[in-house]
Design a binder for this molecule. Structure first.
Ligand code: AMP
Length: 233
């Protein structure tokens, strides 16, 4: 199959804390397409007091996955909005093969390209423990040892919050759920020659540069499966 030139529809795959949000924001601003985050889409559903919102809330607070049917429908609806017509970056969806199959059905052509970020688990646990999200603009940020004094958003100044599901036991559960699901999901895209693999443990700007390079290669019709950036930490 000849890949499409200049792909504009992407899925980011990676464990929680791999930097999907950071890379999605970068891809969005560079390509002028929206990021559609599955967890933000779910949080919007939770904010509406309804039986569905209450079910989603309890699943999210334990780190379990929301059902494929609910998730597929929320994302299907979101992709019909005008801003997604020219392309999109999906962050956190699909997470199962059933979701990937549904996405291919309802998103149609051109095919979606998958960017998978690989980060060692020990580093992920460390990153999640220091992760905060801006209460206003939702930009994820780290309060690591270098900037532990920082409690306000570096972008809009609002207060940073820790996500409810970034506590230690929920992090472990979320990583377990991810590990169990990701292999078949990546195989699904690899078999269809739509998988770009990047070493997400490099510094964010290096990861972004690698993503840009591999997307360009993909657009030029080169095989990019399992390409990795050199580790420079
Ligand atoms: P995340 O921030 O992407 O790790 O997502 C937080 C939580 O939202 C997960 O632990 C799940 O409960 C739920 N969630 C997010 N995306 C999905 C998805 N594609 N399918 C099912 N549940 C999801």
């Amino acid at each position: 199959m000849k890949p499409p030139s200049a792909p504009s529809r992407f899925v980011l795959v990676g464990p929680p804390g791999a930097g999907k949000g950071t890379q999605a924001a970068w891809m969005s601003s560079r390509l002028g397409i929206p990021t559609i985050s599955s967890s933000e889409t779910l949080r919007r559903a939770v904010s509406i007091d309804s039986p569905l919102g209450r079910t989603v809330k309890s699943l999210m607070s334990t780190g379990e996955l929301v059902s494929d049917d609910v998730m597929n429908e929320l994302i299907r609806q979101r992709l019909t909005e005008a801003d997604a017509a020219a392309g999109f970056v999906l962050d956190g969806f699909p997470r199962t093969v059933a979701q990937a199959e549904a996405l291919d059905r309802f998103a149609g052509e051109p095919p979606i390209v998958v960017v998978a970020l690989h980060v060692p688990e020990a580093e992920i646990e460390q990153r999640l423990a220091s992760r905060r999200v801006c209460g206003r603009c939702r930009t994820p940020q780290s309060v690591s040892s270098q900037n532990s004094g920082q409690r306000n958003c570096a972008y809009c100044g609002a207060t940073l919050e820790q996500r409810d599901d970034d506590d230690e036991s929920t992090i472990k559960r979320r990583l377990f759920v991810y590990r169990n699901r990701v292999g078949p999901l990546l195989d699904y895209y690899k078999r269809r020659s739509r998988l770009i693999t990047i070493d997400g443990s490099a510094a964010p700007h290096e990861v972004s540069a690698a993503v840009a390079r591999q997307i360009a290669l993909y657009g030029a019709g080169q095989t990019v499966t399992d390409v990795r950036t050199p580790r420079r930490r």
